[in-house]
Design a protein around this ligand. Structure first.
Ligand SMILES: [Zn+2]
Length: 212
């Protein structure tokens, strides 16, 4: 369900542009609201959340899908952890549906999906590894990197249970907004993938805004 936010960008306490193919890591405190903006449209925000006090508690696709009884995320969805605690709730969404199942690109999967020659290309997995290596203060280890949310990405599930990557249903300036129920660290790869429609074959910037 699409619901627009009445929050104003000029009142945000933090604004950060994630360049095409780049990454972002940072804290969001309980009670704060984070918005991720699809600046030019048709981009994929491969996103992970961790309990800021204990990164072994983290966003769980399985717990989230089971508790809400559907595979897509939109306004009202509660993002749950592997301990089944609510981490964040989606409070506004101008797209209407976000993917929980498609996973993130990695050099290994790129060679399987596309071509051996794609192995050297940048990937979300590499983005996350670089982010946690450069920011040891968050205490996130590579073993903590699990299944992610793909905000703005369109991965329909067919009647017979197949997944496929499809053209995006997002657009320029569309966004998703979440209220944090606990202190979390957010880790976003602005997907650098050039080989499927998730980035429109042309990665573009994302923006992160945070309000108190
Ligand atoms: Zn990716």
């Amino acid at each position: 369900m699409t619901i627009a936010s009445n929050r104003r960008a000029e009142n945000a306490v933090s604004r950060h542009l994630i360049d095409a193919g780049d990454h972002y890591i940072g804290p969001v405190q309980a009670g704060q609201t984070i918005r991720i903006v699809d600046v030019d449209g048709n981009e994929a925000a491969d996103t992970l959340f961790f309990n800021a006090d204990d990164p072994s508690e983290r966003y769980s696709c399985m717990d989230t899908v089971r508790e809400q009884g559907q595979v897509y995320l939109t306004t009202g969805s509660e993002l749950r952890s592997n301990l089944n605690n609510v981490m964040l709730t989606i409070t506004a969404d101008t797209v209407g549906r976000h993917d929980t199942l498609g996973g993130a690109c990695a050099s290994e999967s790129n060679t399987v999906r596309y071509d051996l020659e794609k192995r050297h290309m940048h990937s979300c997995r590499d983005n996350w590894m670089l982010a946690i290596a450069n920011h040891p203060e968050y205490g996130i280890d590579k073993r903590d990197i699990a299944h992610n949310i793909n905000f703005f990405m369109n991965v329909p599930v067919t009647a017979d249970g197949e997944l496929y990557f499809d053209d995006g249903i997002s657009g320029p300036g569309k966004y998703v907004e979440m209220a944090a129920a606990m202190d979390v660290v957010v880790l976003i790869s602005n997907c650098p993938q050039l080989n499927n429609p998730c980035s429109g074959f042309n990665p573009t910037p994302l923006e992160v805004l945070i309000w108190d």
